[in-house]
Design a protein around this ligand. Sequence first.
Ligand SMILES: NC(=O)c1ccc[n+]([C@@H]2O[C@H](COP(=O)([O-])OP(=O)(O)OC[C@H]3O[C@@H](n4cnc5c(N)ncnc54)[C@H](O)[C@@H]3O)[C@@H](O)[C@H]2O)c1
Length: 214
Amino acid sequence: MNHEDPKPFAYGLFERLGRRTAVVGVIGLGYVGLPLAAACARGGFRTIGFDVDASKVEMLNGGRSYIDAVVSSDLAVLVGDGRFLAKGEFSYLAECDVVVICVPTPLTRHREPDLRYVTATAETIGILRLRGAHVDYHDPHVPVIPPTREHGQYEGVRSIEITAEALRGCHAVVVSTDHDAVDYGLVAEHSRLVIDTRNVFRRKGIESSAVVKS
Ligand SMILES: NC(=O)c1ccc[n+]([C@@H]2O[C@H](COP(=O)([O-])OP(=O)(O)OC[C@H]3O[C@@H](n4cnc5c(N)ncnc54)[C@H](O)[C@@H]3O)[C@@H](O)[C@H]2O)c1
């Protein structure tokens, strides 16, 4: 995300992350998203989980988990403390400082990634843009967002190149997957803040004070 003068926002976000006063949003409360959201909440962040499945939202807010990696009694404590809250209304994204997208990307019968859910998440990007953020993406396997009936406005949006200049212009870089094609050394060297949702940097032995593991 970048703004005209990114410094105040970036430093503010750093501080909020350090003090655990930043609010984390996780979109998609499945096998990846729910444990991630619970880990953020346990780590002290107020965490809002978003899901289109209203029954999951209700169940999770009742402190009942449906995933082995998250124990219901632990979830109930996080809900009771107000550290975790599930929502179906995406307008609550406006409260979040950091958003991680964990929606499904199944393969089609032609064994190509089915990006239906990701393009639905494009709406989320629309909300971030409403808050004044500019959001770019980089994905070596999805160079251009394909046409969809629902989110035609994003058709043709292109994956940007990862360059030192592009990284320096961003407030925050969210790493949501581990691609061999990405030069993570360059990302660590030039980014102000990196939120690493995959533990990529540790695995690759790249140390940087800019990297925060989520
Ligand atoms: N499960 C794994 O072991 C695993 C491992 C590596 C990577 N991944 C990747 O992680 C991502 C998430 O996978 P998962 O296994 O957690 O999926 P999942 O199917 O378990 O959960 C996805 C959740 O997203 C919700 N959802 C769907 N569309 C949504 C939308 N538009 N907005 C909000 N919520 C929405 C669903 O209701 C569901 O609760 C995928 O890209 C997957 O390829 C998964």
